[in-house]
Ligand binder design. Structure first.
Ligand SMILES: [Zn+2]
Length: 150
């Protein structure tokens, strides 16, 4: 998989452009503060990224309101993933910068279905499914989206 490293300035980074609708993505959910979309590198089918809509680089850069909103969205993504894919496990990951092998410097969480019960192994190297498959996954999650946060 080609390594794409995005050091674009705020507002020009790939997640900012995605949030602005300037580039396409398989969106699962969006609201005033957050955006959830399929990761093009599916560690396991149903792998979703949850990002702040506003550009912020690390956990130290997001507001308290964004922190709460990101976790609420991640939780609802998890509920939708369980309803749509029913994986035996699910992992929530956050990593920043090159130390976390991250290539986009915009705060985000990874919601990753696991297929090995309690283990944390992912199916690396990651799959790069076609855009149509990502759109199908996103549609399944939107259909399974909880009507309100329980
Ligand atoms: Zn950004």
């Amino acid at each position: 998989m080609p390594k794409f490293i995005d050091h674009s300035p705020p507002g020009q980074c790939i997640f900012c452009r995605l949030a602005a609708g300037e580039i396409p993505s398989a969106k699962v959910h969006e609201d005033a503060l957050t955006l959830a979309f399929m990761d093009i590198g599916q560690a396991n089918p149903g792998h979703v990224l949850v990002a702040t809509r506003r550009h912020a680089t690390t956990l130290l850069d997001i507001t308290a309101e964004e922190a709460g909103a990101v976790m609420q969205t991640a939780r609802r993504v998890a509920l939708a993933v369980r309803a749509a894919f029913d994986p035996p496990g699910l992992t929530l990951l956050q990593a920043n910068g090159s130390a976390g092998d991250q290539t986009v410097f915009h705060f985000h969480l990874h919601v990753v279905p696991r297929h090995d019960g309690d283990g944390v192994a992912l199916s690396w190297p990651r799959q790069e499914p076609p855009a149509a498959l990502l759109q199908d996954y996103a549609a399944r999650l939107r259909a399974a989206w909880p009507a309100e946060a329980p």
